[in-house]
Design a protein around this ligand. Structure first.
Ligand SMILES: Cc1ncc(COP(=O)(O)O)c(C=O)c1O
Length: 345
């Protein structure tokens, strides 16, 4: 049976060029800073984001966690969106492991946090309240449908935070999707913020890894945090080699994933019982609603899986499909034909 795996762009397997680069990678002990391939990837990452330095970590979760723990001490507060991955899908690790307090404010449908809400959430300098230390943004905003935050918005939000002495972190797991969608360099998105985490293991198709970028001093401190979290890796050049290929070969083609996500979204929206807010389909993620009475997202997911179309239910009436480089135009046509068949019953 044909399988069309739209669960996530994390399912992408390394390309043949990545596997070759991994096989041939020159390696050393990266905890001792002796792995030339890791260093090369970190230099590339810092350069692409316009920051001084970068650090390779095994996952986006560890990248966000080490960033939050570098920005914030015990009792310090991070302001972030209530739909943020950091808030909902990372076990609130900075709280569990570092005593950091989360202060969630509503994500608007376009992924932004209202500037007034940010301003209101910032605590006064008062002995009775936690100290607001950090604003965390997410770009693209996964659970708002992969929507893009623009440089103009990021600058405005960042200015609010900075005028009160807060730092700004960006969960840029899919920052390259945002940059490609806007037709700009990711450094323009990173410029107004202090630190960015981005993933090479999602749409860029490397098997493992994320990078944290920031100032030299920030990354030096983050390396200490990474070590205590168990993220000091030895011959990590094997991973970094695939990341270098990812940055060199997999960025521009993200536009194809965006085009296919659009085609999928328009096809889904035309089916009675399914609804997509097409404004939110800006990159490779399609979040859509099931409105057919008597059918739940979980049941629809099971019915689709029986026909080889895989995706996730993400709410009581919502589902999510993600396109990536292993999804072709034919796969989109097939997925839509299965949707039409199941929804007609
Ligand atoms: C927006 C966002 N941030 C962070 C992560 C965490 O990345 P990882 O799964 O590599 O820990 C994800 C994972 O899907 C994500 O979508």
């Amino acid at each position: 049976m044909k399988t069309v795996d739209l669960r996530s762009d994390t399912v992408t397997k390394p390309t043949p060029e990545m596997r070759k680069a991994m096989y041939e990678a020159e390696v050393g002990d990266d905890v001792m800073r002796e792995d030339p391939t890791v260093r090369r990837l970190e230099e590339m990452a810092a350069e692409r984001m316009g920051k001084e330095d970068a650090m390779l970590v095994p996952s986006g979760t560890m990248g966000n966690l080490s960033s939050l723990l570098t920005h914030c001490g015990r009792g310090d507060e991070v302001i972030l969106g209530d739909k943020a991955h950091i808030f909902n899908h990372e076990q609130k690790g900075a709280s569990a492991l570092g005593g950091v307090v989360y202060n969630p404010i509503p994500n608007q449908p376009d992924g932004t946090l209202r500037l007034e809400d940010i301003e209101d959430a910032i605590q006064p300098d008062d002995i009775h309240v936690a100290r607001s230390r950090l604003l965390a943004l997410e770009n693209t905003q996964n659970f708002c449908g992969g929507v893009v935050l623009t440089p103009k918005y990021i600058r405005a939000a960042s200015n609010v935070a900075k005028s009160h002495g807060l730092s700004v972190h960006m969960d840029g797991a899919r920052i390259f999707n945002a940059a490609v969608a806007l037709g700009i360099e990711p450094s323009e998105l990173a410029a107004p913020v202090d630190s960015v985490m981005f993933c090479i293991s999602k749409g860029l198709a490397a098997p493992i890894g994320s990078l944290v970028v920031g100032t030299k001093a920030f990354i030096e401190e983050a390396r200490r945090i990474r070590k205590v979290l168990g993220g000091g890796m030895r011959q990590a050049g094997v991973i970094a080699a695939a990341g270098i290929v990812a940055l060199n070969t997999m960025v521009d083609r993200l536009a194809e994933d965006h085009r296919r996500a659009r085609a999928l979204a328009e096809g889904i929206d035309a089916i009675p019982g399914l609804e997509v807010d097409l404004k939110t389909v800006q990159t490779n993620i399609v979040v859509f609603r099931l409105t057919k009475p008597g059918l739940t997202p979980d049941r629809l997911v099971r019915m689709l899986a029986e026909k080889g179309v895989l995706l996730f239910a993400i709410g009581k009436d919502t589902l999510r499909a993600v396109t990536h480089y292993e999804i072709s135009d034919e796969d989109i046509d097939y997925a839509l034909s299965v949707f039409r068949e199941l929804m007609a019953d």
